[in-house]
Design a protein around this ligand. Sequence first.
Ligand code: CMP
Length: 145
Amino acid sequence: MGLRGAPGKVALLKKVQLFEGLSDRQLQQIARLADEIDAPTGKVLARAGDTGREMFVIVDGQATVTTSQRRTLQLGTGDFFGEMSLLDGGPRSATVEAATPMHLLVIGQREFFELLAEAPLISKCIMRTLSQRLRKSDAAFSMCT
Ligand code: CMP
């Protein structure tokens, strides 16, 4: 169960970049599909190697991502994570831990694919973000070789 009713949730979704440009009807659909959770500092939200069953959108707070190459990076308000395992069915590629108290939206695997089918803008935003993360990751890797 979410922490607030549907109208409050839609207002929250409007502030998230991933959902930019979506219609009110689409936002209402996402509000129905997504759960809201709070996570205390230190909470591990995804652990490298585990099976991933949901993705997360950060509404408020910061998370630290530790990749398999032991690189760490920060994600903050408006960022999302946990999408990779859902997309390719592989294990979690990194560990993601709350660096501050966090407020998040959680979207399960079935709901995630419903959203991608329903809202091409979301698919586009996720693909763009994946491309940007790959470029940054390649750049960081080439600095060490
Ligand atoms: P997933 O593999 O499901 O679980 C761990 C998540 O950490 C992953 O999805 C991405 O959302 C995120 N992640 C992994 N590597 C990076 C990276 N290099 N930059 C940003 N986020 C990442």
